[in-house]
Design a protein around this ligand. Sequence first.
Ligand code: PGA
Length: 245
Amino acid sequence: MRRPIIAGNWKMYKKDYEAFDFVKNLKPLVSEINDRTIVICPSFVNLAKVYSEICDSNIALGAQDLYWEDEGAFTGEVSAPMLSAVGCTYTIIGHSERRQFFGETNQTVNKKILSALKYKVFAIVCVGESLEEREKGITFQIIENQIKEGFTGLAKNDWEYMVIAYEPVWAIGTGKTATTQQAQEVHAFIRGLLPAEVAQQVRILYGGSVKPENIKELMAQPDIDGGLVGGASLKVESFAKIIKY
Ligand code: PGA
């Protein structure tokens, strides 16, 4: 059995006091939940403050990105050991917004994965096709490249720390969810690309306009193991509903 994960990606939203209030209010609503993993990914500046409120709870802390060197003259960057030191056990890697706006490639994704692994930070690695790629009929080719190049050089035991998020770019923040069939089809394809000895253990999350209304149906699919939630993770009530799908 794969343990489900519901992760909230707050992107560039919430000031420190808003982030703190959110987790303070969420905590009691989900305190009884013990059959799934809950992760919140605030911006870097709010990690420590959020951690101070959730460190004794069943909510895990995640970052939205990291840089692959441990330390050095890399102005503006944050490393895996720094994340680990403030209580982060997860990090998102290769989100489509990073690929689109900040020049992230499958090669930089790979370096980041290897760095997260070194510090035993779980990586939520995002893959997904754009609308243009889907319309051209090259969805599977794009995903295959993202998986093969992104996960180069992993040993069998490393996969324990890997979570994949399939996020069709055209479904992110648009209100357009992939149909459950479209999502399941790609999830099954991704699972088929993984090394046979780990394929059944790796969690594959769906992301792209996940909301309280569609999470149940998504979670009923055999290869969907959770959700990476953007917009609907910004309100306590809707995120709590998604967690309790
Ligand atoms: P969304 O974002 O839920 O707002 O579509 C998902 C994501 O980008 O991770």
